[in-house]
Design a protein around this ligand. Structure first.
Ligand code: C5P
Length: 309
């Protein structure tokens, strides 16, 4: 019997700026991340043998120690010294894999929150965030979700309270293509590394500029947004389907901005509301399919991972 259902929303990047290189080898970033209502579902069941097991409806995904869900559960067990704790987790995968939508990170965040409830650990969100940051750069964002400024590796969050926004996106991805995030950052470093900022004071100037950016304050209003993704040109120059997706999205009438998400290859266009995006997608979906692109219409959401029952 299913004991718990956790919903794990994907994210898009409205802004991804690479500031420089950190002593730990990661990049120092300034981002605006946004949750969307494309969600994986994590079902947690009692495991009669009190061991940890994982199944997934997408057979292309590994379910061994490599999977962030397994690593998240094992981190909780190790760090808290838990004994005799088991669970069977079933992942219903809706977020495309290797797409720049933080699907794996959302699943990890949902696992931390779900097992916290399932095993009655009593950890606060802030305590879960410490584990999240250890597992990956985007997992803290996925826990809280909504609209957040993300600094550091991506794990330092500053929430942006924007209330309800009716904005929606059309999201496009070539199902045959996925991009490795380490590859995208190392290619960016090869091409742009000589222009990296070096001093903390220079990083802070860029963070402050983003905090004060007009478009971030008025985000949610129905006007053109200056979306930015520094990884876009390095990924698109090596990935024809990203160029095609950006081109097709840019040609859709009434869009408020077009960009690649994260390290790609998925790309999105923003629209003033869900109905506009949906009717445009209805008109263009067969054309997108004909050139091999999958597409979705999604609303923006102010929620991170949530326990549904
Ligand atoms: O933290 P996460 O596992 O998502 O990072 C995947 C890879 O992306 C890292 O190993 C690193 O190569 C690159 N990355 C980076 N700087 C960041 C985040 C990720 O260079 N801030």
């Amino acid at each position: 019997m299913k004991e718990l259902l956790v919903l794990a929303p994907a994210k898009i990047n409205l802004h991804l700026e690479v500031l420089g290189l950190r002593p730990d080898g990661f990049h120092e970033l300034a981002m605006v991340m946004q949750s969307i209502d494309l969600m994986d579902q994590i079902e947690i069941y009692k495991n009669e043998q009190d061991i940890l097991s994982l199944t997934c409806d997408d057979k292309s995904l590994r379910t061994d120690q490599d999977n962030l869900i397994v690593r998240s559960a094992q981190l909780l067990i190790r760090k808290l010294g838990l004994q005799g704790c088991g669970a069977h987790i079933n992942l219903k995968k809706k977020i495309p894999i290797g797409a720049g939508l933080a699907g794996g990170s959302a699943d990890a965040a949902a696992t931390l929150m779900g097992l916290n409830a399932f095993w009655k650990l009593g950890l606060s969100i802030e305590e879960l965030e410490v584990f999240a940051a250890e597992l990956g750069s985007d997992i803290s964002f996925c826990l809280k979700g909504g609209t957040q400024l993300c600094f550091g590796r991506g794990e330092r969050l500053e929430p942006k309270v924007i209330g309800h926004s009716s904005l929606a996106i059309i999201l496009i991805k070539d199902p045959k293509v996925s991009v490795s995030t380490p590859w995208a950052y190392s290619r960016f470093r090869d091409l742009e590394g000589n222009r990296y900022l070096r001093e903390e004071s220079e990083f802070e100037i860029r963070r402050e500029a983003l905090r004060k950016a007009d478009w971030v304050d008025s985000f949610g209003e129905k006007r053109l947004l200056p979306l930015r993704n520094d990884l876009q040109h390095v990924v698109s120059s090596a990935t024809p389907s990203v160029r095609l997706a950006l081109d097709l999205l840019g040609g859709l009438p009434g869009n408020l901005g077009v960009a690649m998400s994260g390290s790609g290859p998925s790309c999105f266009a923003l629209f003033p509301d869900f109905d506009t995006a949906q009717s445009l997608l209805f008109t263009h979906q067969s054309r997108l399919k004909a050139v091999g692109l999958n597409s979705w219409c999604c609303a923006l959401t102010q929620k991170g991972v949530q326990i549904a029952k």
